[in-house]
Design a binder for this molecule. Structure first.
Ligand SMILES: NC(=O)c1ccc[n+]([C@@H]2O[C@H](COP(=O)([O-])OP(=O)(O)OC[C@H]3O[C@@H](n4cnc5c(N)ncnc54)[C@H](OP(=O)(O)O)[C@@H]3O)[C@@H](O)[C@H]2O)c1
Length: 236
């Protein structure tokens, strides 16, 4: 995208962590940004933190296709266009596979995997119109498996496969599609409270910078799968 000014972005799970960091970067780049999440208090807090009149907050649970349809309708009602979608909302529950609860498994499937499809399905007509950009927030857990990760790995391997296939389907409409696969990021993920102990991790604003760089990439070039890791991992 040559000029980001006034372009419209929708970030699912934008009230905290990576989504909030990306929202800040896109607002700083002059874009209009909608963020969603399940909890209105977290969205209100995010709105106060970001302090921008170019921000729209939407209560939406990506587990439910209807919520995502309504969220996209509100964005189109407010701004009349949608140029960038980041399917970022996600949860992580970690346990040996024999101990994993059905509830945790189902929640990860519904949010991390079904959710990215719901968001795409709800926004793809608008993205065809704008020749826009659809991104997913996968993880290095979408290529590296580990003990206690069976459920989370299954969703993130799924997100990577989904996004790559979607890229092949949608590039003929001039829609760019990428998946971002970070290692550890300093966020609230898995009940973490970000603090000084997380200084070695990727910071949410770093992913924000990366998203802006991807958006500004020349139209002829598409980094379809982007792995990002801390350059100096924690010494254990
Ligand atoms: N942190 C890491 O180390 C890391 C590394 C690689 C990939 N990731 C991925 O990055 C994405 C963002 O995670 P994060 O680290 O930024 O976590 P976070 O700080 O916990 O933020 C998660 C965001 O997603 C929202 N959310 C959760 N479930 C949702 C649902 N069903 N519908 C709509 N919104 C929902 C949360 O708001 P509500 O709770 O109010 O809904 C919150 O805004 C996830 O997909 C995660 O798997 C994280």
């Amino acid at each position: 995208m040559e000029n980001l000014k006034d372009k419209v972005a929708y970030i699912t799970g934008g009230s905290k962590g990576i989504g909030l960091g990306v929202a800040r970067a896109l607002l700083n780049a002059g874009m209009r940004v909608a963020i969603s999440g399940r909890h209105s208090e977290a969205l209100t807090h995010a709105k106060e933190t970001l302090g921008s009149d170019q921000l729209l907050t939407l209560v939406s649970n990506v587990d439910r296709f209807k919520d995502e349809q309504q969220a996209v309708d509100k964005i189109l009602g407010q701004w009349g266009q949608l140029d960038v979608v980041l399917a970022n909302a996600g949860v992580g529950h970690f346990a040996p596979v024999d101990e994993m609860s059905v509830e945790h498994w189902t929640q990860m499937m519904n949010t991390n995997l079904n959710g990215v499809f719901h968001t795409l399905k709800a926004s793809v007509a608008a993205l065809k119109e704008s020749k826009g950009y659809y991104m997913t927030l996968a993880s290095l857990a979408g290529t590296n498996f580990f003990p206690t990760g069976a459920g989370y790995n299954a969703t993130k391997f799924g997100v990577v496969g989904f996004t790559q296939a979607a890229m092949l389907d949608l590039r003929k409409y001039d829609i760019k599609v990428s998946t971002i696969m970070p290692g550890s990021v300093a966020t609230h993920f898995n009940n973490n409270e970000p603090s000084q102990k997380d200084a070695w991790k990727i910071q949410p604003e770093d992913i924000g910078e990366l998203v802006v760089d991807l958006l500004k990439m020349h139209p002829r070039t598409l980094p379809s799968k982007v792995e990002v890791r801390p350059s100096r991992p924690d010494k254990k």
